[in-house]
Design a protein around this ligand. Structure first.
Ligand code: AP5
Ligand code: ZN
Length: 211
């Protein structure tokens, strides 16, 4: 199954993609995770892209495509989280799929209003040990260190200024892709304001795996 999990910052793409990967066996490919791993490695490329990430700007297309393509080629069942984010990336993805004679099954768009997104991102915490994402109120980190020892830290781009900028970039460059995929008959929208398990159920139904 080849799925794009689409949506604004904080809608729950990462949260839902990892649950969907667990349930379907598909590979979760998150371009944001690839970007953060490259920065953490201290490579020259990592240094170059850090400023884009911290500001909340998109990393240049050619760098992102180079980073994610090997992951795309490795598996024939995947869930994309954070890619594509503009028309050029969507077209690159379409061409890459054509080359291997494959097609997208669904584009699932998670929808929530900006004020809910800002609240979620402000309360988000990420475990340094496991990389797992939590929320101080809606999905608190476990108290038992055997489950996840933490520490649980805030992402560099979860400052209020960067959050607002990321949402502007989303509305301007990424959101128009909904029309693009709707035109291809692939778009399904899901109300992402509900609690996490309910959204998971809806996403599973949207991709034909639900009960
Ligand atoms: P990326 O890591 O993808 O960040 P993002 O797009 O800003 O998305 P988020 O990770 O913030 O949101 P999410 O939807 O995954 O929400 P989550 O599940 O964590 O990208 C980071 C950067 O990398 C970009 O800014 C850019 O610089 C670069 N980049 C990445 N891809 C790129 C590309 N294709 N092109 C160019 N540059 C690229 O949930 C958020 C919080 O809400 C969590 O705390 C969670 O616990 C909580 N939550 C989730 N669902 C619910 C719910 N239903 N109810 C209550 N709380 C919930
Ligand atoms: Zn994410």
């Amino acid at each position: 199954m080849r799925i794009i999990l689409f949506g604004p910052q904080g809608a729950g793409k990462g949260t839902q993609a990892s649950r969907l990967a667990e349930k379907t066996g598909g590979k979760h490919i998150a371009t944001g995770d690839l970007v953060r791993a490259e920065i953490k490695s201290g490579s020259e490329l990592g240094e170059k892209i850090q400023e884009y990430n911290d500001r909340g700007d998109l990393v240049p297309d050619e760098i992102i495509v180079e980073m994610m393509k090997p992951h795309l080629d490795q598996a024939d069942s995947w869930i994309l989280d954070g890619f594509p984010r503009n028309q050029a990336q969507a077209e690159t993805l379409g061409e890459a799929l054509e080359e291997i004679d494959a097609r997208l099954d669904k584009v699932v768009a998670l929808e929530a209003p900006d004020d809910a997104l800002i609240e979620r991102l402000s309360g988000r915490r990420q475990s340094e040990a496991t990389g797992k994402t939590y929320h101080v109120q809606y999905d608190p980190p476990p108290e038992n260190p055997d489950e996840d020892p933490g520490p649980f830290i805030q992402r560099k781009d979860d400052t209020e200024e960067a959050i607002r900028h990321r949402l502007d970039v989303y509305h301007e460059q990424t959101e128009p892709l909904k029309d693009y995929y709707e035109g291809q008959g692939l778009l399904v929208t899901v109300d992402a304001t509900k609690p996490i398990p309910e959204v998971t159920d809806e996403v599973l139904r949207a991709v034909g795996e639900g009960s």
